[in-house]
Design a protein around this ligand. Structure first.
Ligand code: FES
Length: 217
């Protein structure tokens, strides 16, 4: 029995078909699994291994390398507080401690109600609005403890559901581009690209041979 729900299984198979090598689809499939479950379950690892023609150890090893992929259950909302230099100078550490107190969980932990997981992060590329706070990888731009508490209250009340989906959802509007191209078209485009590459390589070799001959004269 598949671990992916039918719609995501179909999406996973279409994604695999986009790549010359199945294993190249591993990262998008990890995110698909996380979108379904909030973290990477053993069932998902087994299915991704099957879909990508790899071992479960390969999938686990890849997932363990990336901080965005969670190997254990997390809260519905993963709150990230940056303590890198720009944010540190602007109260990042204090914000992290405040977040821990407000959410009722230690850094790296999950609140008792299962709603929030708190993470300390490196630079989140929004240094001009420091200290930077994200929820499920969305900037919430709450730079004071008071604003943070209002944001948490709004999240709990569902007032930010239009901005912040549950953990694991990277996009709500899916990219359709490549997935609408037939496998035959993809194969034809790959063949055209390979021919162009071979012609380029041959021309470069010929040019190098001419230069070498000229230099030895
Ligand atoms: S240093 Fe915090 S977002 Fe860049």
């Amino acid at each position: 029995m598949n671990h992916f729900r039918s719609e995501l299984r179909r999406r996973a198979e279409e994604t695999v078909a986009l790549y010359p090598r199945k294993r190249s689809a591993m990262l998008p499939l990890l995110h698909l699994a996380q979108e379904q479950d909030g973290y990477l379950t053993e069932g998902a690892i087994a299915e991704i291994a099957e879909l990508t023609g790899t071992s479960q150890a390969d999938v686990h090893g890849t997932a363990a390398f990336y901080d965005m992929i969670h190997l254990e259950p997390v809260g519905r909302y993963v709150v990230g507080v940056c303590t890198n230099i720009a944010c540190l100078l602007n109260g990042g550490q204090e914000m992290l401690e405040h977040a821990s107190a407000t959410l009722g969980c230690p850094v790296g932990g999950t609140s008792a109600d299962g709603l929030f997981t708190l993470e300390e992060t490196e630079c989140l590329a929004d240094c001009n609005i420091a200290p930077c706070v994200t929820v499920n990888h969305r900037y919430v731009r709450t730079t004071t403890p008071e604003a943070f508490d209002v944001m948490v209250s709004n999240v709990k009340d569902g007032k930010l559901d239009h901005e912040i989906p549950s953990h694991g959802t990277l996009v709500r509007v899916r990219r359709q581009g490549g997935l609408r191209v037939s496998r035959e078209d993809i194969a034809a485009q790959r063949a055209t690209a390979a021919t162009a590459r071979a012609e380029r390589d041959a021309a470069a070799k010929a040019a190098a041979a001419v230069i070498a001959t000229t230099e030895t004269k």
